[in-house]
Design a protein around this ligand. Sequence first.
Ligand SMILES: Nc1ncnc2c1ncn2[C@@H]1O[C@H](COP(=O)(O)OP(=O)(O)OP(=O)(O)O)[C@@H](O)[C@H]1O
Length: 345
Amino acid sequence: MASLREDIFGQASGDFAVDLGTTTTRVYRRGAGIVLSQPSMVAFRRGDGGMARLLDAGSGAHRMFGRTPAGIDVIRPLREGVVVDLAAGARMLRSFFDSISRSAHGPLRIIMGVPAGGSVRDRDNARAVARMAGADEVYLMEEPLALAIGAGADAADLWGTLVVDVGGGTTEVALVASGGIQCLRTVPVGGDAMDAAIAGYLERERGVLVGERTAEDLKIRLGAAADDGPPERARVRGRGVARGLPMEISVSSREVCAALREPVAAIAAAVRSCLDGIPSTVSLDLLDRGILMGGGGSLLRGMDRVLEREVLLPVTRVRDPLSCVARGSAAGLDYLGVLRKVERG
Ligand SMILES: Nc1ncnc2c1ncn2[C@@H]1O[C@H](COP(=O)(O)OP(=O)(O)OP(=O)(O)O)[C@@H](O)[C@H]1O
């Protein structure tokens, strides 16, 4: 019979927390921290009527993205935070697990972050992908809750923490209180939408077509939520809209900021809408506590200041916005024994 300690802390060392994100997958191993952080992409060589052969996953697939030779497909198995291609997602995740040396002979048990706004089907798909990738036991944790825990907030706090998770595919705004999610807004706007907005701007205003990677590079180099920093410029290569010929242009930070106005406004609107749904006693409390913001999109320069200005509450970017969800999910690894009992009733 398992002891209480085994019930609470589990036995196997093959326990992982997985943040299967739209743009990046991160894996946290109990006792070791983050052991993998790779683009959520997988490359296949098309077979002659047979099954596509896996060529590479993660950064190898990312290098081919947008410049794939004939016969090779680079797939992103997730869109807007949820798995849309189960088979590709499973092969990608299996390849990630294979790349981590797993000395444990025990079962592979994972706890996985999922968007709080996902449907039952989305959750079933996340579980299915993990099982197809070789997991023996799969537990799910809602990402805003994981983010709050990863940031060191007390999830059991009665009044709660307002969390904004600006991911690649979605932004989730949630009041995490009494150990659960009390109020939630999910919008399909995150880092990907920012990249698309930059590409759309350059096509419309400058007559140049650029790929997702170029747009993302521009966002990270010159992007800002508010146009109040020193002006900067970068050279960008793309294809001319008119004649399809390669061209290089110089783009300013002012232009990138203008392109980002709409997605930034949509994120601020989601935060305001969530605040509208919160009881006034709690929102008064938020005047002191403020808002916790994480996710890769929160790294956009000035995002915290723009949100503060829009909702009139202090905004703190969490210490490690990219891996906060994985670290928060990992807190659940200490309770796998308990989770198993809860799931089995
Ligand atoms: N310095 C930066 N400035 C702006 N955006 C950034 C920066 N660094 C990373 N990002 C963006 O963060 C996004 C990825 O964030 P994150 O890893 O939290 O998302 P994800 O977990 O893959 O997505 P989701 O939670 O929606 O499934 C990407 O769009 C990336 O371009």
